[in-house]
Design a protein around this ligand. Structure first.
Ligand code: AMP
Ligand code: MG
Length: 417
């Protein structure tokens, strides 16, 4: 007996998947290892920034009141009583008529309330004492980076769920987060099925093909923040497949299989789902390619059965697996970002299901225009490299014409790196 196959809409399938993100695991990693991870809690300022008044320039720390009336023609001369380098805690004060040489980022000495840039001063060799001529009248607070000016202690800085990149690393280091709470990277088993599959190092033989899906999916998993684990591909043999998959499910958080979900005589995953008595979320989606994309729960493990056709496998991952992987790592909008665009050419192929065509969009005359990439066949593998979006085409008897509006789902690839 086969599973009954009732197609559901893409959005409904996504909703079902995203209803299973209760088990978000948190771990603490060293700051250096946190790059690319997602923050498990919001980050606040542990101290003010800066935590002392400091100089933004190389120059002289002065008392603004002392510079009254100073001009380039008639500088006001002040006695230089010390030098403050970056990192110094000045142990002297600037009294009336005095100044201190100060470097960029150094702490202001007691008594000083302004910094005059070095370029706005002149030296007077005629005096025995070290003196500086100030060529501009200063106001109190001028050129001083004030205590707490950038952040106050307790200020909100980064929301939970945000991916840690350059700006986040800088904040975490600034505020002393040597250890960072992040969401667990799910361990994702990647398992191709199909008796036709060869490994990339095997020579081609008639009727066989090399397994490309596993390597494509491993890249997709990594880019979605998961930790992929490659398993050797399976023959289309339900007994062996069931045994292997039971073992793998004990080792991973999520299992992605490719192939074997169609209605062919040897479609092994259909049989394995049945034998495992999984909780089936769906096994048919009203979309092309990949209408047979399936998803099930085995205990608390999510199983994604992607189509074997490389194009369909790619699309199935992006629409269903990526959002799940991102959601379990705390991303708040886990679906691919969307954008309205125009289609660049006629696509007359009729379809009763919504199509997700691998495409490339670019700006033309100030408008985003999307083109399908090469062969629009779910079995095509060589054009995935060109795709930077999925073009959503609503079901229509006649397809759509060039210039029609379409919705794009933007992929994080193909930006030309
Ligand atoms: P299936 O979904 O198992 O019916 O597979 C559909 C077609 O996709 C197969 O006939 C293969 O040509 C191709 N295919 C299946 N698995 C892979 C794979 N791992 N890598 C590349 N192509 C595959
Ligand atoms: Mg197969």
């Amino acid at each position: 007996m086969r599973f009954h196959r009732e197609p559901i809409e893409v959005s409904e399938a996504q909703k079902k998947i995203l209803s299973f993100i209760e088990d978000k695991k948190i771990e603490t990693v060293k700051l250096l290892d946190s790059e690319g991870r997602r923050l498990a809690r919001e980050i606040t300022a542990t101290s003010p920034v800066p935590h002392f008044d400091k100089s933004p320039y190389d120059g002289f720390a002065v008392r603004a009141a002392d510079t009254s009336g100073a001009t380039a023609q008639e500088p006001v001369y002040l006695t230089v009583v010390g030098t403050i380098a970056c990192g110094d805690a000045p142990d002297f004060a600037v009294a009336k008529g005095q100044a201190a040489r100060i470097m960029t980022g150094a702490a202001l000495p007691e008594g000083a309330d302004a910094v005059i840039m070095f370029e706005m001063t002149t030296e007077n060799e005629a005096h025995a004492e070290k003196r500086v001529g100030v060529k501009k009248e200063m106001s109190p607070g001028e050129n001083v980076i004030k205590y707490g000016e950038e952040a106050k202690e307790g200020d909100f800085l980064i929301p939970a769920g945000k991916k840690i990149g350059p700006g986040e690393m800088a904040i975490l280091a600034t505020f002393g987060y040597a250890e960072v709470p992040v969401f667990h990277r799910p361990r994702v088993g990647v398992l191709a099925t199909g008796s036709e599959l060869l490994t990339p190092d095997q020579p081609l033989s008639y009727g066989k093909i090399r397994n490309s899906n596993s390597y494509m999916v491993i890249s997709q998993v990594k880019q979605a923040g998961g930790e992929p684990i490659l398993y050797p591909s399976l023959e289309d043999n339900p007994d062996a497949a069931e045994k292997t998959i039971r073992t793998i499910l004990g080792e991973v958080d999520i299992l992605i299989t490719t192939g074997g979900v169609s209605v062919g005589d040897f479609d092994v995953m259909v049989e394995v789902f049945k034998r495992l008595e999984v909780e089936l979320l769906f096994n048919k989606i009203a979309m092309r390619p990949g209408s047979v994309t399936s998803c099930a729960r085995f205990g608390n493990k999510m199983m994604f059965g992607l189509s074997g056709n490389p194009g369909a496998c790619f699309v199935g991952f992006e629409l269903f697996v990526r959002p799940y992987l991102q959601a379990v790592q705390g991303k708040s909008n886990p679906l691919l970002p969307q954008m309205q665009a125009y289609i660049g050419k006629d696509m007359p192929k009729p379809s009763s299901f919504t199509r997700f065509v691998r495409g490339k969009w670019k700006m033309e005359d100030g408008k985003p225009v999307a083109y399908p990439v090469g062969l629009d066949k779910s079995a095509a593998v060589t054009n995935i490299t060109d795709a930077n979006c999925l073009i959503q085409i609503q079901p229509a008897g006649r397809g759509i014409g060039g210039g029609d509006a379409v919705l794009l789902h933007l992929l994080p690839y193909g930006a030309g790196e």
